[in-house]
Design a protein around this ligand. Structure first.
Ligand code: TXA
Ligand code: MG
Length: 324
């Protein structure tokens, strides 16, 4: 792949979300990713490989748990954080002594990685802190001409970023929930810690201001959703809604997406739905609270973060006064 060898950026599809990739062995190429994304340079990026065959070039050790997880879930939506190898560039790891590795299953990602032959450093192909792209046109929207080439592989099938699991110091820790669930990981390796450890590697995706649309987003239980829509509409505000069922009555000034109740479909469409709702010029995106079940954890995690980065509070019920 000449574009990558020349130190340029290539955006490519994966089964989770689109990534913006650079030759992971070329620090000046990797630096271009940070510039394109507007991302702080000390944030580590994931190195993508076509299989485990070159894993030893990037890590100093493959703990038994990592071996099991890799055998079971690679290629697929799993990222492993492992002790870094001696020749890995600091810009890839953010200067930490660990490295994140993923083997994606998307055929175009596989072809690209195999043709390139090395590791491709690739974060999600969005501006820092914004919604991850799940289609090629989202990448263009986000990164414009800073990406030399965008490989269009259609919609990402999963639609949420990979599950990140650290295998360090004899412990297994879930750092970011994803399509591969905590239960699946536990089923394979036994005990698993959850969330950032006190001395944990940095995961910018785990800071609150992430995965956010521009419009203020609120999570609202279904019982009060339509009442809130009606109140905002009555106050002359445009409202955008992401719900799991159709509205029971007509609402003026409202754009309503019914994302359905099926987890896989909901996750697959989530970022794309939020992206469209972000464009309707609403003063609020109201998102119906998703089920409390464990298998909804990855969706809940992204929605909670998106809501947490929203600063503006909702107006009092029925407040007709101030327009935003
Ligand atoms: O599904 C995905 O993982 C997508 C596709 C493109 O592969 N990539 C992705 O990359 O989501 P990014 O950079 O948006 O998120 C990767 C996360 C970041 O939060 C980063 O901090 C974390 O992985 N990460 C990278 N290296 C790490 C390390 N050594 N220790 C802990 N976390 C690390
Ligand atoms: Mg990201």
């Amino acid at each position: 792949m000449e574009v990558l060898r020349a130190g340029e950026l290539v955006a490519f599809p994966t089964e989770t979300v689109y990534g913006v990739g650079a030759n992971a062995s070329d620090p000046s190429a990797v630096r271009k990713i940070f510039v394109a994304k507007g991302r702080p340079a000390n944030h580590p990026v994931i190195v993508h490989l076509d299989s485990v065959r070159y894993l030893h070039r990037w890590v100093s050790e493959v703990p038994a748990a990592a071996q099991q997880l890799a055998e079971r879930f690679w290629p697929g939506p799993l990222t492993l954080v492992l002790p870094r190898g001696p020749n890995v560039q600091d810009i890839v790891t953010g200067g930490q002594n660990t490295i994140a590795i993923r083997v994606p299953s998307h055929p175009m990602a596989q072809q690209l990685l195999t043709a390139f032959g090395g590791g491709i450093a690739a974060p999600s192909a969005n501006r820092f802190g914004r919604l991850s792209p799940t289609r090629a046109e989202h990448v263009r929207e986000e990164l414009g001409d800073s990406v030399k080439m965008i490989l269009d592989g259609g919609e990402s099938s999963i639609g949420l970023e990979s599950t990140i699991v650290a295998c360090l110091d004899g412990r297994v820790r879930l750092l970011r929930p994803g399509a591969i669930t905590l239960a699946q990981i536990k089923g394979l390796v036994g005990e698993v810690d959850v969330g950032p450890a006190p001395d944990s590697p940095r995961v910018p995706g785990s800071t609150p201001a992430h995965y956010a649309p521009m419009t203020t987003l609120e999570l609202v239980p279904i019982e009060v959703l339509e009442e809130q829509v009606a109140n905002l509409a009555a106050a002359g505000r445009k409202v955008a809604v992401l719900a799991m069922r159709p509205p029971l009555r007509a609402h003026r000034n409202a754009t309503w997406i019914n994302a359905g109740k099926k987890l896989e479909t909901y996750a697959h469409n989530l970022y794309s739905h939020l992206r469209s709702l972000d464009k309707v010029g609403a003063s609020r995106i109201l998102v119906q609270t998703v089920p409390a079940e464990d298998r909804w954890e990855a969706v809940r995690d992204r929605l909670t973060r998106a809501a947490a980065s929203s600063t503006e509070p909702l107006p009092e019920d029925g407040a007709g006064g101030v327009l935003p």
